[in-house]
Each structure stands twice: as structure tokens, then as C-alpha cells.
Write a protein that binds this ligand. Structure first.
Ligand code: CDP
Length: 218
């Protein structure tokens, strides 16, 4: 049976960690759409292209071949997985992700992957735009403080110099931009199942999602 699962939610809610585990458990291809917006941001910043240079950005996106190898994102043959999660990219990605022309191109690519494979896809507009007919939709939340704490720990583990207040401010700013933009803003789909993970650990969330998946498999 071909299956598609959508996971949306604000920055640092644990979407990618959960999607990776659930994807492996049920043999679904994990598509991290945030990584795709981050990769466009990285390449644009490397080329000195600003968010208002829409024509140049579209040409840039057309020149990028992106695919996932397990959870790693390869862009024009280069593994950018680690670089795209650096704070400089996090601070700028929402400006590039708000551009409708860029979104249209990435959404098309995301949909084309979902037509070929069973997927678990995470992002901001998966349940509302990309996979409107997903078999299951989840909306993962947690308090901004808890999300900032998790992101802080993750970056510190990777020995990246950060401070908690800066991360918290970035998360609050990014949430605001992502929920208030005109094109495909972050919002919970009417048919999405909301999971607040503030007081539930990773395994707990995986268990909740697994119960729903088992329900449609049986
Ligand atoms: O990992 P984190 O939750 O911090 O964010 P992400 O999933 O890597 O997404 C980075 C940014 O890309 C978001 O803040 C959004 O601005 C944008 N994004 C989007 O607009 N639509 C998506 N489907 C996924 C990400």
C-alpha cells in the first residue's frame, strides 16, 4: 500500500527527529522540506542573491538538482546537510521561504517525489498544500521555550557556539514570519491530529503516531 504522512509544526518542535524514526519503522521515504528551503537559502547567500531578487532566485532554483540520500540532502552532488542547519541559515531562511515563486517550485518537486514513493514529509504546509490528500496529518507543537531548549542542546552537542536567548528569539521571530506570510503560511490543517510534545518525549510521540499508522494498516 502506498502511503503518505504529513507532519507540520513550528520551528524545533521535533518534526524531523520523529519523522526519521517513523519513516524507518514503516519504510517510508523521509522528506525534510525545511532542508530544501534551507538549501535554497544557503546557495542564494553564497551567490549574494537577496530575497527581493526573485528572477535570479528562480534561475538559481532551476539550476539546483536536489535529492535525499537517507536523511541527507544532496544539492548538485554536494552533501549540504550539516551546513544548512547553521544559525546563519536559520536566521535568514524564512525570508526566502516566503517567496511564492520559490515555494511553487519546491512544492512541485515535493509532490513529484510523493507520487513515486511512500513518504513521510515534514514542514509547514504539508497537510495544507503539498499533500492535501495525505493518509494521516499531524501537527506537532511544544512551547517556544522547550523548542529553543532542544535546539540549543542539539547545536551544543555539535559544538556550535550558541546562546539560549538568541535561539529563543530566532524561533519566536521565525514562527511569526512563517505564520503571517501570505503564501502557504504555517497553519494546522482542519483534519490534522495535534500532538503537544512539551511533556512527551520522542518515543512517546513516535508511539502516538504509530498507533494511528497501525490503525490504517490493519
Ligand atoms: O528545523 P526547524 O523546525 O527549525 O525548521 P525547518 O523545518 O528546517 O524549516 C526552516 C524554515 O523553512 C522554516 O522556518 C520556514 O520558513 C521554511 N519552511 C517552509 O516555509 N515550508 C516548509 N514546508 C518547510 C520549511
Amino acid at each position: 500500500m502506498k502511503m503518505s504522512i504529513a507532519i507540520d509544526g513550528p520551528a524545533g518542535a521535533g518534526k524531523s527527529t520523529i519523522a526519521k524514526i517513523v519513516g524507518e519503522k514503516y519504510n517510508l521515504m523521509y522528506i525534510n522540506t525545511g532542508a530544501m528551503y534551507r538549501a535554497v537559502t544557503l546557495c542564494a547567500m553564497n551567490e549574494g542573491i537577496n530575497p527581493d531578487q526573485v528572477k535570479e532566485l528562480c534561475e538559481l532554483v532551476d539550476s539546483l538538482e536536489m535529492h535525499f540520500e537517507k536523511e541527507n540532502l544532496i544539492v548538485n552532488g554536494v552533501d549540504v546537510t550539516s551546513e544548512i542547519t547553521m544559525p546563519l541559515i536559520s536566521n535568514n531562511v524564512s525570508k526566502y521561504a516566503a517567496i511564492p515563486e520559490i515555494r511553487a517550485k519546491l512544492v512541485e518537486l515535493q509532490r513529484s517525489i510523493s507520487k513515486k514513493y511512500s513518504v513521510i514529509m515534514d514542514g509547514r504546509d504539508i497537510g495544507t498544500v503539498v499533500l492535501i490528500n495525505a493518509d494521516l496529518k499531524f501537527f506537532l507543537t511544544a512551547s517556544a521555550e522547550e523548542r529553543a531548549r532542544r535546539r540549543y542542546e542539539e547545536l551544543r552537542t555539535r559544538e556550535i557556539e550558541v546562546d539560549y536567548e538568541t535561539i529563543l528569539n530566532d524561533i519566536i521571530k521565525r514562527d511569526y514570519m512563517d505564520t503571517h506570510r501570505e503564501a502557504d503560511p504555517l497553519t494546522k490543517a482542519a483534519d490534522a491530529i495535534e500532538i503537544n510534545s512539551s511533556n512527551v518525549d520522542i518515543n512517546g510521540v513516535v508511539d502516538i503516531i504509530s498507533t494511528y499508522i497501525d490503525g490504517i494498516l490493519n
